[in-house]
Design a protein around this ligand. Sequence first.
Ligand code: PHE
Ligand code: ZN
Length: 881
Amino acid sequence: MRTDTPQTIRRADYQPLAWTVTDVDLHFALDPAATLVRSRLTLKRNPRAPAGPLVLLGDELELVSLQIDGRTPAAARITDTRIEVDLDGDTATADIVTRIAPAKNTALSGLYTSRGGFFTQCEAEGFRRITWFPDRPDAMARYTVTLEADKASYPVLLSNGNLVGHGELADGRHFARWQDPFPKPSYLFALVAADLAVNERRITTMSGREVLLQIWTETAALERTGHAMESLVRAIRWDEERFGLELDLERFMIVAVSDFNMGAMENKGLNIFNSKLLLATPDTATDVDYESIEAVVAHEYFHNWTGNRVTCRDWFQLTLKEGLTVFRDQEFTADMLAAEGGDSARAVKRIDDVRVLRAAQFPEDAGPMAHPIRPDSYQEINNFYTATVYEKGAEVIRMLQTLLGRDGFRKGMDLYFARHDGQAVTCDDFVAAMADANGRDLTQFLRWYSRPGTPRLSASGRYDAAAQTYTLTLAQRSAGAADEALLIPVAVGLLGADGRDLPLTLAGATAPGTRLLELDAAEQTWTFTGVAERPVLSLLRGFSAPVIADLDEDDATLAFRMAHDGDPFNRWDAAQRFMERTVLGLAADAAAGRPLATPEAFVAAFGALLADDALDPAFHAQALALPGESYLLERMTPADPAALRTALMHLLRDLGKRFAADWLDRHLDCRVAGDYRYHPRDVGLRALGNLCLRYLCAAGELAGFAAAERQFAQAGNMSERLGALGALVHSAAPQRDSALAAFHAHYATDTLVLDKWFALQAGAWRWDPAAAPTLARVRQLLAHPAFAATNPNKVYALLGGYFRANPGEFHSPDGHAFWAEQIVALNAINPQVAARMARALERWRSFTPALQASMRRALETVAASEGLSPDVAEIVGKALA
Ligand code: PHE
Ligand code: ZN
């Protein structure tokens, strides 16, 4: 592990490579304890770069030998992480032999073993843990790879591209040779050697080529690959239709692995997936899992064009591929949902995405890790696979589509590929293609790429009854950048007293409902004419920009929009705003020791929403669900997790009790007959049915406990089973523990499903005040035989479930001390996983003074510990700075 003092890498320091690699020939003699890697690099001097030595990077490598043009170089400068050699002429060949120990690689970056197989993960800087190489994304080369391994243990040998040879060797070993026709950066290299089975299908692409699709897993899991295969085929079709992009390979492979730091990886032609994002049957995966699998399979497939064919010049440009590819997978999912569930299903997807943005990205952007979607500096690139780069990055791309229109956006994409196919480029290149294809100056828009923090948008409207005009003034504010306005697309509507959209006339042109305003100054005013009555403003429809809209609406206005806003996103958002106001009010009362009473105006509005039978069930479930706890915590000054938890419990109980009969009726109405289908209608019904159980059980309603117990016992699929179990666990139900035990017994050998069991308990609230703190149970579960600190999914389920998904229990001196102990332990096993968990305390300065003290102590303990990885050092260092 690298433990050197953290170095800051800056975007401004980019230099092109003096020596590029045109071809790489790799040979692996695979062995868990000692794998020998032979690498031959064909090198070329880069005529467009200043002269300089050949630079090869390495990390934890044993260099066996290095030769340049067949001879050991006289004056190579070699350190643990870097080799520099001065070369003459314009071309050279390097032969490098390296020894590595895959079985010891618990960081899961580079070549590692998992359940008896070999797997790789090279993004961002894992390739240098396999062999010495100019390991940066602008070094694009053609790869030929030979894998050699024991045949009985590793019957399947895979790498990128096409299989060009295979055969038997002495001593029970065999080999396979793969050739990737497309030049690629090293982070897209992959190999797999394991005992796997395959689900395969042949399809014909838009130009009539036949291609082979394969999904590889352990044999026992093969029956769980059907949904992923369907998803892959849908993704291929969608990219052909929506963007005219075709699969460019003869074969496209996906492999499942149990030990994986992230969700999945888009290695060229050989995607590697965390098995939790690939494997599903109705009995083992929830509706949410089905949706995530479809989205991630599509996401990685879409990278083949946005990321692989056109890649990033350097890691600061990460959002070039990630923001764009998240946007593409969001659009894909929305189209898939809308095909079966209509526009309401599309709105629900938008709501889901904005929930994620608000819960994860807004807090990040307000804390010590805040960065623009294109960062200016980093210490450890692994820490910048963030909600900002991904989710806010996708919002920035979405704004481009909103501003240019779907057709204009497509023209920009076409030009981007026409110009840059096969290149490593920057975000400026992408925006330039959008600008040039549409004849539009996007200079101001580019500021989104360099602005950290969440901009704030405020609005004030003035109605002139005599003139029948409505004058709307919008203002924007970004922390620390007051003079440079962003270009913000703001979709607005005006509601009449009957709740309907008024026609909007601006400078003589009339739009029926929603109108897009382009705010490009600190403050701007628009005057709508022919406004026959005093309207209610509906601002930022569809969440047209990633900003915080400060609206000072009174309760009556919120209730009105909650009942009538013609934009489904804003209708949901009005409910969220009213809920937020209500919860934060209750939390303030709880903090001050005042008795809690839910405001009647809110109860009435909520009751009306609950009673609205016209709503689509999936939307109804979204509208009736409270905002996420982490989002609410972020909106609270100072953050007081205990008071917030008290308020949330009060509100859930109160709403559960007051509307008990309605919840029960609706729960019964939501039953889905027949076999499991992953279909928006059924998914929505199950979500709403489960939400009803949540409220009922929170309220301690015996009929609710009974209904949950019944659903748990009779469940025909995991969504019903886990929904019922979740409702029982999040309550003081006497059935709670027996249901948890039954679930465990049923899935005792199913490691993926057990992750749900771990997460549920780690995230449990204490509804019974006499119960022990959740920490006691988390400690017990750490010692459970199914738990393994080396498996990231287990850590994310148990420790993530506690540190990140359970702020009301976690934030206490004991919780914080436990955090420090666990981060130090994880740091020694897997720095990336440790750093992700470490982020749970980065916002410590926004908490109450008492909590700040124990958080600071915990952070200082970690910062002072021996052998801290750069990953964790950056997080705690920035938190304490
Ligand atoms: N590039 C992957 C994705 O977003 C994520 C990833 C990053 C996976 C780093 C592994 C390591 O699709
Ligand atoms: Zn991605």
